[in-house]
Design a protein around this ligand. Sequence first.
Ligand code: AMP
Length: 184
Amino acid sequence: MARICVFCGSRSGNLPEFADAAELLGTCLAESGHTLVYGGGSTGIMGIIANAVLRHGGNVIGVIPKHLARPELMHDGVADMRITLDMHERKALMHSLADAYIALPGGYGTLEELFEAVTWAQLEIHQCQVAVLNICGLYNGLVTMLDQMTEHGFLSQDCRRHLEIFSNTADMLQWTAALGPTQN
Ligand code: AMP
């Protein structure tokens, strides 16, 4: 089974659909035997997906930099919590663990991590698939921007295809079900 690195918000957003999607994805990851690799937080969409995986008996690896490893931020129910020196070491460790990447709803942190993963796919640093779950159109503006970059020649059609965009959780679950076993 695969280790799936999920980037997502430290906040929950203001629509119940965001939390519902994280809950459903976490449940399905646990039921299909995949391991969740995530940022180690207890808040927002991060906390929701980690709790869903744990509640359904799944495996979770948290990777958190020491400056965020505070009781009010770090999930205290994740047994396999890796504490790193800084954000760079955190992302390097997440990348070394991941077989595939998913971005759920989130903010700056989520986008930054997503675009590093997809840039590294473009540069063939890894062969992992990268997908975004576009719940309630949160990422519509981003999709439009990527289409414009493709239209104006900054992204090749091939590079554009490195980022899969799903607008419903059921389609993403079909994609996760097809992911291969751990490569690392
Ligand atoms: P954002 O999308 O801006 O909410 O940021 C989410 C990302 O920022 C996570 O994937 C983490 O890398 C990091 N982050 C922000 N807050 C926390 C927190 N409380 N605990 C762990 N990671 C956090």
